[in-house]
Design a protein around this ligand. Structure first.
Ligand SMILES: *Cc1c(COP(=O)(O)O)cnc(C)c1O
Length: 641
């Protein structure tokens, strides 16, 4: 198939779009395409599947004045993920005849947004789903959000005396608040504060396993991990507790192998190792009773069901069965009671529920302009040579044509620099060269061994779609760790996408682009998209962005938080806008970097007044200008139509 050549749309089906964007694979039953070519989100309401076209939600947003870009959250999906996680563990426990229960906790750092944590606390209540806090601020969130004392609060991270006091007070109120020790140095502070307040702590120990995991977070695991206690530090803690007659407080063993573990074998090995430590601590006389296996449950961002970094070679059920069976088998062999199983799944809980939606503002294509049928007699010789290459490109000589084309084009550029070719001649040379490269790119797919220098040709000829968003604000992991997210248009999927594009954001940073995508054929550098239509917005969705993206984002070029809309889908297929949050105004982002918008307005007012006095503008115009300035301060930081 040739690069960026128009095709007829008639021979295209929605199924082909579904294959092209792998939506059935990464969509996991939550995302799909409708028969008329819209992307849909599907939720489960009392056992019934209900699908809604995302573009219909966008229309509703427009009616309410919510502009693009926007984060769209589907409340039902968050609710449903919590349900699936808890029920998958419950089923595995039942099937294996495991003699204890599961308690999930959500690590707040994965999405700290108030309404997300509120929803998790509400939806999770029926499963006693708790929260994990890695800092004082997060503990304060957990203490304020959780509604019942059967849910756990797990405190990880480094804890100062203030943090510990807060947790101890919570203990006194009956909250199951665990302090998980990251280092033996925390223990004396806990023991001292606990003695001073007369409140017994619940203590856990975070273990550094020697099991390493595949994927991006390899270094979170194994001996080189920066977190957790070494074996000798663990014994140091046990000895300190014994010496203080507090070993009965040691009730939890905690491990976290890293996030996004793509390979189920790593999970099994890690759990088996953790169980050995569990048994070791029990034989030291610790009561334990809780085994916390941390996060790591992956999300299949690329839909390949493989052990590649952005995928996973297992399903949720399999994950739970592997954990439950491994713990049971290992501990049964040593006749040790089954502990409460705890996991801290963040990514897998929230990723699905949010998507980033944006419109495309402009496209820069590399289409050659209209070429003449023949060149006039008096055209410079090199240009004639270049033109003659155009009609000779074949699968046999394309490499030679490529070399000739670049050579002649560079000759014309040289002549232009020396004043011996005109602006129009140079433009013609650039256009003919592009047309030749286009022809070569069309030949490449049929070539068995593409020469190395031509491998990037399709990418060089691809379009640039300018999206109304900031990568740094909304998709920081794409920039920081080359995260892959599924991206596709949310409408027109019954039309063949005839352009190959990379996506650029509207920051002025050359890193603000997406040029790596997952496709059925593996990673590719361009994404098939539709040509823009005049007078019609073109919307793209970046999916599975609910985890880790929102608070890591920064204010590059002062593009602020986007609008956020949270929608609940009802049984009839209609939906309620549960919450709407306006993104940052320009005035907001200016204040973040310590400007005072009112002072700025005052400074501008003075400038305008001087201009009036000097007769450069009228008083009426001064009024208009000040209004424009004031309106801009209140406006959205993104491109507004
Ligand atoms: C980040 C983190 C998690 C969350 O991991 P996911 O892979 O997102 O589930 C859980 N526990 C701890 C200690 C963490 O640091």
């Amino acid at each position: 198939m040739s690069q960026n050549q128009p095709h007829s749309a008639a021979d295209w089906s929605v199924e082909q779009s579904a294959d092209l964007y792998s939506v059935k694979q990464w969509g996991a039953g939550y995302f799909d395409l409708s028969d008329n070519g819209d992307a849909t989100v599907t939720v489960n309401i009392k056992g019934e599947k209900v699908s809604v076209a995302i573009i219909d939600i966008v229309k509703g947003m427009q009616e309410r004045g919510m502009e693009m870009p926007c984060i769209l959250r589907i409340e039902n999906l968050l609710d449903y993920r919590i349900q699936q996680l808890n029920e998958a563990f419950a089923n595995a426990i039942k099937d294996a005849d495991y003699q204890n229960h599961y308690r999930g906790v959500f690590p707040i750092k994965v999405n700290q947004q108030c309404h997300v944590v509120e929803e998790i606390a509400t939806f999770g209540q029926r499963y006693n789903h708790g929260l994990e806090a890695g800092s004082k601020a997060e503990l304060i969130i957990a203490l304020s959000q959780l509604k019942d004392n059967n849910s756990l609060i797990i405190c990880n991270g480094y804890k100062d005396a203030e943090f510990i006091e807060l947790g101890l007070y919570a203990r006194q109120m009956g909250v199951q608040c665990f302090f998980v020790l990251e280092t033996p140095a925390e223990l004396p502070v806990i023991l001292e504060r606990s003695a001073a307040l007369g409140i017994e702590p619940l203590i856990g120990v975070r273990l550094r396993l020697s099991t390493t995991v595949d994927g991006h977070w390899q270094e979170d695991s194994g001996d080189r991990s920066i977190f957790g206690l070494s074996t000798s530090a663990l014994l140091d803690v046990v000895d300190q507790l014994k010496a203080n007659d507090k070993l009965h407080c040691l009730q939890m063993l905690h491990t976290h192998l890293g996030s996004q573990i793509p390979n189920i074998r790593n999970v099994r090995t890690g759990v088996a190792e953790a169980c050995r430590f569990y048994a070791g601590l029990v034989s030291e006389g610790a009561p334990l009773g809780y085994l916390d296996l941390g996060g790591g449950l992956a999300v299949d961002y690329e839909g390949s069901s493989s052990n590649s970094t952005h995928s996973m070679n297992y399903q949720l059920d399999e994950y739970c069965v592997n954990i439950v069976e491994t713990v049971k088998e290992t501990l049964d062999a040593m006749a040790i009671d089954h502990p409460v199983l705890v996991s801290e799944s963040g990514r897998a809980t929230v990723a699905y529920s949010s998507m980033l939606l944006f419109n495309v503002l402009d496209v820069r294509d590399h289409k050659p302009g209209q070429l003449p049928d023949s060149l006039p007699e008096d055209t410079i010789e090199v240009l004639k040579n270049l033109f003659s290459v155009l009609n000779t490109v074949t699968p046999k000589n394309f490499q030679e044509c490529y070399n000739d084309s670049l050579y002649y084009r560079d000759e014309v550029r040289d002549l232009f620099h020396r004043g011996q070719a005109t602006l129009r001649e140079r433009a013609l040379a650039e256009n003919i060269n592009l047309a030749i490269l286009d022809k070569i790119a069309a030949i490449l797919p049929s070539i068995a061994r593409v020469p190395a220098e031509l491998e990037n040709l399709p990418e060089l000829l691809s379009d640039i779609y300018y999206g109304n968003f900031s990568l740094f604000q909304s998709l920081p992991d794409v920039w920081a760790i080359d995260q892959i997210f599924p991206i596709m248009p949310i409408h027109r999927l019954d039309e063949k996408p005839t352009r190959d594009a990379i996506i650029a954001d509207i920051t002025c940073d050359c890193d603000g682009k997406i040029d790596k995508f997952s496709s059925p054929a593996g990673y590719v550098n361009t994404l098939p998209l539709h040509p823009l239509k005049p007078d019609e917005e073109y919307y793209l969705g970046v999916f599975l962005v609910g985890a880790y993206q929102e608070t890591l984002g920064d204010l590059h070029n002062l593009f602020g938080d986007t609008n956020v809309v949270s929608v609940k889908i009802n049984a009839g297929g209609d939906f309620d806008f549960q919450r709407e949050f306006e993104g940052d105004s320009i005035s907001d982002v200016l204040s973040y970097v310590e400007y005072s918008p009112s002072t700025m307005l005052e400074q501008f007012r003075k400038k305008a007044e001087v201009a009036v006095r000097e007769g450069k503008i009228s008083v009426a115009m001064r009024k208009q200008m000040l209004k424009a300035f004031r309106d801009s301060l209140q406006g959205y930081t993104y491109f507004e139509r």
